[in-house]
Design a protein around this ligand. Structure first.
Ligand SMILES: [Zn+2]
Length: 420
């Protein structure tokens, strides 16, 4: 055996060993990542050892073996990178339990095959999700590891536990839904002939067909994710997205549809589930501003804009239908109306709402109720009040405590009723 191969094998094994030493000791959310990295690093070590000891030394294969060993070392580096990014997030206990309940509920609702959430505080003021194995599928092959698979939830680092903006997470989980099944299912339902015709009008007016196709693909995903979030979380998504997008100001053509068109789509979905009259009655100033703004988007007259908006209008009915099939535990106005008096009485008293009757107060019912209650007690002064409500630390802490207590009550009812 050549000394060079032995040396390269030692380097690869040492890097894999370094990864194993760095595995987190804490358990909880994110365990699936720890297990997958442990198994992969162990395999990597044994592959390095097999290359140098597994057969007779053949000088002709020396270069092939050297390349294999170098590849193993770089695979260990990828594991190192993933581990150093997320090891601190495994089993984390420094965020409110209510936030973890909320994310668990989101996964139950939108990802029926499950996910192991890793809550990561991101440096950007953004929400996003990504399935970790997809970052390096050639090393962490999803098919080789048992489900549920880890999904990273990136939340704004300075404000990780913002429950009032958490409906944005529903949109982000929508992206994972899209990669799993929704993208394929939606495309199968689209009237592609009509959509192509709409896009062709843009091309005839001078739009670049390749760019237009890319923008269409991107807008389709984003609007579908809005559809899932609005269907599932009701007016909580309306208010959260109004603040987070934000739904005002100038918009340029980019990867996302115009904020005001997104707002209009959300309003269309809310109307389908009975919210228009409820919101118009409870928070008329804020709601009317949303309706009026959505009806008057600032348009530039760009041929891409005209074509993409027409194509989205054709795609919307299929999106609404598909979102309805997926988000079966959606928040409807009648669910809110049934509990409104109880919920608002608790909130007036500053007591986390609970449902003694055995009905469930889901996280989204609590989030939507908090938004509506707070807008009302601040006098329904229009959109300028919404950002301060969204970032109110006391309100967010209270809301997450409510989600936690409601989750505990649900667990108690489901599992804790058999007396010894
Ligand atoms: Zn998105």
């Amino acid at each position: 055996m050549g000394a060079e191969l032995e040396f390269l094998a030692a380097v690869a094994a040492d890097r894999a060993e370094g990864v194993l030493r760095g595995l987190p000791r804490s358990a909880g959310h994110g365990d699936s990542l720890t297990r997958a990295i442990r198994v992969t690093a162990e395999q990597l070590k044994s592959r390095a050892s097999t290359i140098v000891t597994g057969g007779p030394y053949l000088p002709a294969l020396e270069r092939v073996h050297a390349r294999d060993l170098q590849r193993l070392a770089s695979e260990a580096n990828v594991l190192h990178q993933l581990l150093s990014a997320y090891a601190g997030d495994v089993g984390r206990t420094d965020v409110p339990v209510g936030l973890l309940y909320l994310i668990d509920e989101l996964i139950r609702d939108l990802l029926p095959s499950g996910a192991d959430p890793i809550l990561h505080l991101d440096s950007s003021n953004m929400y996003s999700t990504f399935p970790v194995f997809e970052r390096a599928p050639h090393i962490l092959n999803p098919a080789a590891h048992p489900e549920p698979h880890p999904v990273v939830f990136n939340v704004p680092g300075l404000e990780p536990a913002n429950a009032l903006l958490s409906p944005i997470l529903a949109h982000e989980v929508g992206h994972t839904c899209w990669r799993r099944t929704v993208g394929r299912d939606l495309r199968a339902r689209l009237d592609l002939v009509a959509i192509q015709a709409a896009l062709q009008i843009g091309v005839s007016a001078g739009a670049n067909p390749k760019e237009l196709g890319t923008l269409f693909d991107s807008w389709l995903v984003e609007l579908m994710c809005d559809g899932l979030a609005a269907t599932l979380t009701g007016p909580a998504f309306l208010f959260a997205s109004t603040v987070f997008l934000p739904a005002a100001g100038e918009a340029g053509i980019g990867s996302h549809p115009y904020p005001l068109d997104r707002l209009a789509f959300t309003l269309q979905i809310l109307d389908r589930y009975g919210w228009t009259s409820v919101l118009g009655g409870l928070v008329p100033t804020t709601f009317d501003w949303c309706v009026q703004s959505a009806a008057n988007p600032h348009l530039a007259g760009d041929p891409r804009e005209t074509a993409l908006r027409a194509a989205m209008a054709i795609a919307q009915p299929a999106m609404i239908e598909l979102a309805e099939e997926i988000a079966v535990n959606r928040l409807r106005a009648e669910d809110f109306e049934r509990h409104k008096n109880d919920l608002f009485s608790y909130l007036d008293l500053g007591i986390p709402p609970s449902a003694p009757s055995g009905d469930d107060f889901t996280a989204w019912l609590l989030v939507a109720s908090s938004w509506l209650h707070e807008i009302r007690i601040r006098g329904d002064g229009g959109p300028a009040n919404l950002p301060a409500i969204a970032s109110d630390p006391t309100l967010n802490r209270f809301l997450l405590k409510s989600v936690e207590l409601s989750g505990i009550a649900r667990l108690w009812r489901t599992h804790g009723t058999s007396a010894p």
